[in-house]
Design a protein around this ligand. Sequence first.
Ligand SMILES: NC(=O)C1=CN([C@@H]2O[C@H](COP(=O)(O)OP(=O)(O)OC[C@H]3O[C@@H](n4cnc5c(N)ncnc54)[C@H](O)[C@@H]3O)[C@@H](O)[C@H]2O)C=CC1
Ligand SMILES: N[C@@H](CC=O)C(=O)O
Ligand code: NA
Length: 945
Amino acid sequence: MTTPSPPNPTGPFSLARLAVMRSLAVASPHPGAAFAARRRRLHPSAADSADWWLCRDSISQRCWRCEKTRDRSFGSSLRVSHLPGTLHRDVSKNLLTPTAAVSVEEAEATADLPKGDMWSVHKFGGTCMGTSQRIQNVADIVLRDLSERKLVVVSAMSKVTDMMYNLVNKAQSRDDSYITALDEVFEKHMEAAKDLLAGEDLARFLSQLHADISNLKAMLRAIYIAGHATESFSDFVVGHGELWSAQMLSYAIKKSGTPCSWMDTREVLVVNPSGSNQVDPDYLESEKRLEQWFVRHPAETIIATGFIASTPDNIPTTLKRDGSDFSAAIIGSLVKARQVTIWTDVDGVFSADPRKVSEAVILSTLSYQEAWEMSYFGANVLHPRTIIPVMKYNIPIVIRNIFNTSAPGTMICQQPANENGDLDACVKAFATIDKLALVNVEGTGMAGVPGTASAIFGTVKDVGANVIMISQASSEHSICFAVPEKEVASVSAALHARFREALAAGRLSKVEVIHNCSILAAVGLRMASTPGVSATLFDALAKANINVRAISQGCSEYNITVVLKQEDCVRALRAAHSRFFLSKTTLAVGIVGPGLIGRTLLNQLKDQAAVLKENLNIDLRVMGITGSRTMVLSDIGIDLTQWKGKLQTEAETADLDKFVHHLSENHFFPNRVLVDCTADTSVASHYYDWLKKGIHVITPNKKANSGPLDRYLKLRTLQRASYTHYFYEATVGAGLPIISTLRGLLETGDKILRIEGIFSGTLSYIFNNFEGARTFSDVVAEAKEAGYTEPDPRDDLSGTDVARKVIILARESGLRLELSDIPVRSLVPEALRSCASADEYMQKLPSFDQDWASERNDAEAAGEVLRYVGVVDVINKKGQVELRRYKRDHPFAQLSGSDNIIAFTTSRYKEQPLIVRGPGAGAEVTAGGVFSDILRLASYLGAPS
Ligand SMILES: NC(=O)C1=CN([C@@H]2O[C@H](COP(=O)(O)OP(=O)(O)OC[C@H]3O[C@@H](n4cnc5c(N)ncnc54)[C@H](O)[C@@H]3O)[C@@H](O)[C@H]2O)C=CC1
Ligand SMILES: N[C@@H](CC=O)C(=O)O
Ligand code: NA
């Protein structure tokens, strides 16, 4: 076997071909010295297969051919040549195997190329190059990239470009201080270099810096004398920032022993001015010059100046705005880079401006078109022109944070994988543009008249205004378009002048300007093929009460654009963002009354929130907690491990209106619910307004449903007519499924005949335990202590609490009863009814123990027990609450603890009633009942079951 001779280094290899050949790890037709140098570094195992150039994986440093790891004794790279065929990578073994010779075109199409041998392009902006430490940090990042070839594009140190423009401005306005300003530029770079470099490298850099500064001084002097700087003079001066930063970085990398060259991109990149402060790269000429540059500079790590380039006549110029990103993209496309990484100071591209939407998330991927749209609509992603060069070759751009290298960043590539394939995933991001005006040209004379649009936009063009979006009514009676506010006056004047006759003749009815507008754009590649996206967007805007002035969606459907009042824009952005980015079942929760039940509920929420989020995608955020004296509010959700402390230390004076406003005005969250855990009638009186505002209501408080009948009916009518939910399972039997059982019977057509049972946990507990030597007052105190009683236990002992439950069930069954319609036997002695407080009542209660003992003894003597029962007699349309005696073998006599027992006699359950039994009071079971109402709400809102 003979070693094939290397290809003719001066042969006509295009850079595309060059890159592909490199990427295949074939002996690269890299011209000249670089090729010869590699040729010498033969891997020993190549002796019996000398036609191989070994290559190594840039990450594992393992040879793909023989799987040996890097061997220092053979230099930094292990290669043998294999020509003219190419290599195929066996991905499973990470091995390269020879294949028949293929054309470059075929090779280009090969998907599984070994990435290690391709160019990795990085771009570091001014912030990344801000100080000597930061430049060192950049050097470290470059050294950590194990790619075979690295091309690093750098901007000037931060603020230097401005300083350089300032020099030119000063000189041309004959301001002598340009000399001291130039000294500052010198000092800045000298200080940075002294920090960063030493010895010969430092001396070389400083000598170059001196030479450059004295050239600049001469040039600025010429500008000063002429009182004018041409664009190329200015570009020449300004580009020095990049020249110096590239040299400093290149020396900093060399310090570590890694060979590194720096590239003055004016020698390589050729661009033609294309008007309006833009340039078009000449790719063919640039490619040719780059090849020649490679011949002269064999290093595998190259630091290139961003921003600067040359005209075809070798006049220095710049790439204008965002020039360094553009340089990186152009160079990336010339070398067919594996990837272009743009290093900046954010973790990636956000789904919306994080200053406006705190819930904005970093997007892991974006398509080129999406990034393009985002940039167009004002998101600070990448200038659209940066995307064009890399897009042609499917080269991904990755945006990464230099200050947080652990963040993976955002990859902008051809067709990102669809993360979850649902409606929400097809809207990737939202962007806004403020300070716009809408121009509306309207009139019957426009319909069917060819050339109207051309006349309108021709006029707009003539005044040099930038049209940001256009919308035309299908009847052709009007065209409206958005332009920057600062350009609208001249647009309007020009249109009035242009259409003076048409306006006078009535063919056009108006040229109207609507000031103070903003654009909200929803961007996403898959909107095109997903029904319902615009419905969801407009629904979110409607729910946030936002009026849309104009709408536009092109047939590419990469974006839906709406024009709104500027003052509504942030609210609109938040509402739209939350609708697409938060779980559909994100619930903003307000807790009123963190007493026994309220705080138990908060604890249960704390323990279960993560599980709900993970398993059911239900995102519960407690946005506020209010007691009767203080309240605490949050915009994103209170940390439930801290709420008690916050209610003491960070609280403000309770104000229910403000509390409700806080919840209802928060447009981050699509759903809002107030949970009333008080026993307060005045809080309950607000439910109607809350429901009307679209806030769902959940409560264990019986006051609303057992209050005045007309109010109750009004509340239920409103709730039934709206899509707002009102749940109150815990008002009867605490967590026991009483209301839901009754609803289930009614909704399936069963007829309720009678509901009868022990509805009071407190009274159940008292009579279950009032035995032997125990006193009545002791047992009442125990029930209170156990958390079964109402805040005032007289509400239980008076029978009022049971009467309320009877009323709630009676009304639920269709009876129109008032609380006063229920005869109740009160167990509160006449003398204690006027006690000022529950405590006073509890203190005085023992004096009635004797009376209670004798009533119980009488019952016992007859083989009976006392039980306090409630009855809903649907047939006779009445309710009843009384203390009754039951034989010891009666089911009501078998209860224990705070058990409730409720028997439903219905048309279907006539012989044997349907019975629900279990603990009907207590903090955990009651809070659990409230919690399950919250989850019921979430499932009504679309949570998975
Ligand atoms: N304890 C139980 O087993 C059951 C209780 N319930 C009901 O649960 C509700 C709460 O009961 P508990 O927690 O035991 O009472 P609680 O007295 O321990 O708690 C009520 C809380 O509401 C606060 N509050 C009162 N008025 C307020 C207002 N206007 N604004 C804000 N906060 C106010 C109080 O300061 C207190 O923190 C009551 O309606 C009760 O009928 C329902 C079923 C069972
Ligand atoms: N105090 C009530 C609590 C539940 O509504 C009871 O004892 O049943
Ligand atoms: Na219940």
